[in-house]
Design a protein around this ligand. Structure first.
Ligand SMILES: [Zn+2]
Length: 167
């Protein structure tokens, strides 16, 4: 990693054992570009990010945002679609935003295809029916193999408090 690259990274998560850095701006964009939310309007977190105590244990590897079926889901930053289709009975889309940085969306019926380049705001698909994620968009972020809270990408965004009554 060059010094110039390092200067564009910001530390977003610290644990005793690891330091996770993700770009302050998506690859290929100016450093002032912020990540945007995958759905428009005010974000309501229905289920928060719950990292598993150990990688193999259960947790909630993303956040669930309230989103009605058919809500348009958009790329939060420029990237490359690396997965779009069914995965273990769910409709999943994954976008790579740079080396080792992936965001994942489900349940979403894709309108993009694998290998497609997307810009910030490009529609990826629409929220689909799901028993597990009913009227929700599950948004995941993986940085170098480790799940991170994707809300960390949205530093200037106001969030509604988690709504536990809508479980
Ligand atoms: Zn979820």
């Amino acid at each position: 990693m060059t010094l110039k690259m390092f200067a564009s990274l910001s530390v977003l998560s610290l644990t005793a054992a690891t330091v996770i850095v993700i770009p302050a701006a998506p690859v290929g964009s100016s450093t002032t570009t912020a990540w945007s939310a995958p759905i428009s309007g005010k974000l309501t977190v229905v289920r928060p990010f719950i990292p598993p105590p150990k990688p193999w244990q259960s947790g909630h590897r993303g956040v669930d945002l309230r989103a009605r079926v058919d809500t348009v889901v958009r790329a939060p930053a420029p990237g490359l679609v690396v997965y779009a289709g069914p995965l273990a009975g769910r409709s999943v889309i994954s976008v790579e935003h740079g080396p080792g940085i992936r965001t994942t969306y489900e349940p979403v019926s894709a309108t993009v295809t694998v290998g497609q380049r997307v810009r910030t705001g490009t529609p990826l698909g629409r929220v689909a029916q799901s028993k597990v994620h009913r009227n929700r968009l599950h948004w995941g972020l993986k940085v170098r193999g480790q799940y991170v809270n994707p809300l960390r990408l949205l530093r200037h965004r106001s969030l509604l408090k988690p709504n536990t009554s809508a479980q």
